[in-house]
Design a protein around this ligand. Structure first.
Ligand code: QV4
Ligand code: CA
Length: 512
């Protein structure tokens, strides 16, 4: 009996590690701060047709609206209620987006902010995205409703009431993260309100959640909430599907709270991944690309089945959160394309691609003074929609990394090689490496300061393949480099270090 319960619990946990991505797709894109109407259109016109499996959306619930600084992006991480109107749009627009994305096989994952409400200095009034009245000073949020009984202040033992020391796990869970009013998730009432909020979204058709700030919540409390979550809607998902849960825990290996404490509840963000790969591609601290031969668990990362991986996220691309200067973002576009390409070619983890907006970066002594700037907006603070240029790039300050040919084609590459092993590794003991994915795909990088000129065993069937980095297959023709693979699987590669994108990738569906 005991064994049975153990197996059942384990099974339940593992179920929440499955992203339920459809049609053999593999990657999620974070459309940071996009409006629901734009995401719906993007699912239909771009994400579905190009093999993207899902979208991580910004928090959909009611949030504070701040004047100083003016409408920062991070106001959405300060909930006022679980009403579904936000800077991205109304509940109707949200529902329409979920339906339309699901209809083209693209899943929606919600960024769920459940550790806290707004900051303790958030004031009192109706400066909130649905216009609900609240009082931060009295900890009164009638639209939920939460009152001062529902917060952790009595449990927190620091004099400021804020987290002061990350070496103390009690503070980290029971005190306020940068002043954010900390919810008492040990209370059945609070757990119920949070579960109701998430279940409403499940009923609307979402496939799962990125759970914000999990380091600041006790695994036992999260387990209680997740036990109350419904199965996914059978309108789009198989009977009995559990919501996909990926938890934001920043574990770089130097604090008492570790990712492993959360493994049984779902996947966990692997922050070492982008920090290390950034160091490798920047060639800092003596790192070389050839050392990635055992990339993944061999580098001290969490077990493959637990990991959600990414090169940068909305925090560390602007100096928030963790990772520091090594993180490679769209600002370093050449390195970014290579690092994202590497991630998408490599079998480890469930992959998430970042899609950003541009801001006026002003770094003084290593800190960006403008790290708060919100999405491209009209003068009334409302978010601009995303215009698509004739060349398929985005306008008005939206970066749309996910539309860059090299990144989009590597998302497709990952789908084509799905399930194939990491194979046919080659390196020059420096920064030129190559690897395949069984007989379905092969990729070659030159991050050295000299040319790559070598014949390699690709493991692929003979034929002519189109490189999906310098171009792509269009109507049976190749707009980029062509790679001849012989009957023995060998091919010659030449990549100058001065090329715009010094890497080459071919796969089964890029065969001419
Ligand atoms: C300020 C002072 C505090 C003071 C407080 C109250 O700095 O010392 O106690 O006022 O007087 C914003 C401001 C911050 C301000 C706070 C409260 O930046 O200065 O505190 O609001 O008013 C995002 C931003 C934060 C932002 C927060 C809420 O990154 O800067 O805080 O939204 O608007 C850790 C965590 C990890 C977290 C990461 C950033 O372990 O969980 O830090 N990452 C997630 C999200 C992130 C978000 C939060 C968590 C909070 O990815 O985007 O923070 O929901 O590593
Ligand atoms: Ca907490």
């Amino acid at each position: 009996m005991k064994l049975f319960i153990l197996v059942a619990l384990f099974g339940l946990g593992l179920a929440q590690h499955n992203p339920h991505i459809r049609h053999g797709r593999t990657s999620i894109v974070h459309l940071f701060e996009w409006r629901w109407a734009d995401i719906a259109a993007e699912c239909e016109r771009f994400l579905g047709p190009n093999g993207f499996g899902g979208v991580q959306i910004s928090p959909p619930n009611e949030h504070i609206i701040l004047d100083s600084p003016w409408r920062p992006w991070w106001q959405r991480y300060q909930p006022i209620s679980y009403n579904l109107c936000s800077r991205s749009g109304s509940e109707d627009e949200l529902r329409d987006m979920i339906t339309r994305c699901n209809n083209v096989g693209v899943n929606i994952y919600v960024d769920a902010v459940i550790n806290h409400m707004c900051g303790n200095t958030g004031g009192e009034g109706t400066h909130s995205s649905c216009g609900s009245w609240f009082s931060a000073s009295r900890k009164d949020f009638p639209s939920v409703p939460y009152s001062h009984w529902d917060f952790n202040d009595n449990k927190c033992k620091t004099s400021s009431g804020d987290i002061e020391n990350y070496a103390d796990a009690y503070q980290v869970r029971d005190c306020r993260l940068v002043g954010l009013l900390d919810l008492a998730l040990e209370k059945d009432y609070v757990r119920g309100k949070v579960a109701d909020f998430m279940n409403k979204l499940i009923d609307m058709g979402v496939a799962g959640f990125r759970v914000d700030a999990c380091k600041h919540m006790w695994p036992g409390d999260l387990e209680a909430v997740s036990g109350r979550l419904k199965n996914l809607s059978t309108r789009w998902f198989p009977n009995g599907s559990r919501p996909f849960i990926y938890q934001e825990v920043i574990d770089l290996g130097n604090e008492p709270i570790s990712s492993s404490q959360y493994f049984h509840l779902g996947r966990v963000t692997e922050f070492k991944y982008g920090a290390k790969l950034g160091t490798v591609f920047r060639k800092w601290h003596g790192e070389k690309l050839c050392y990635t031969r055992n990339w993944g668990e061999g580098w001290g990362f969490m077990p493959d089945g637990n990991a959600l991986v990414f090169i940068d996220n909305h925090d560390n691309q602007r100096g928030h959160g963790a990772g520091g200067a090594s993180i490679v973002t769209f600002w370093d576009s050449r390195l970014h394309k290579m690092a994202v390409g590497f991630m998408l070619a490599h079998p480890y983890g469930v992959t998430r691609v970042m899609s950003s907006f541009r801001w006026n970066r002003q770094v003084v002594n290593g800190k960006d003074q403008n790290d708060w700037i919100g999405p491209p907006s009209h003068s009334d603070g409302s978010t601009k929609s995303v215009p698509i240029n004739p060349d398929q790039t985005c306008g008005d300050g939206w970066v749309c990394e996910h539309r860059w040919r090299q990144i989009k084609n590597m998302v497709i590459f990952r789908n084509v090689v799905n399930g194939q092993p990491h194979s046919n590794w080659w390196d020059n003991q420096s920064n030129q490496v190559a690897f395949g994915r069984g007989n379905r795909g092969f990729i070659v990088f030159n991050n050295d300061d000299w040319d790559l000129d070598v014949t390699l065993n690709t493991g692929m069937p003979g034929g002519t393949y189109c490189d999906v980095i310098s171009g792509q297959k269009e109507g049976g023709r190749c707009t980029g480099k062509q790679i001849q693979v012989g009957g023995d699987g060998h091919a010659h590669f030449r990549i100058s270090n001065t090329e715009e994108d010094p890497f080459v990738a071919i796969h089964a569906e890029s065969k001419l």
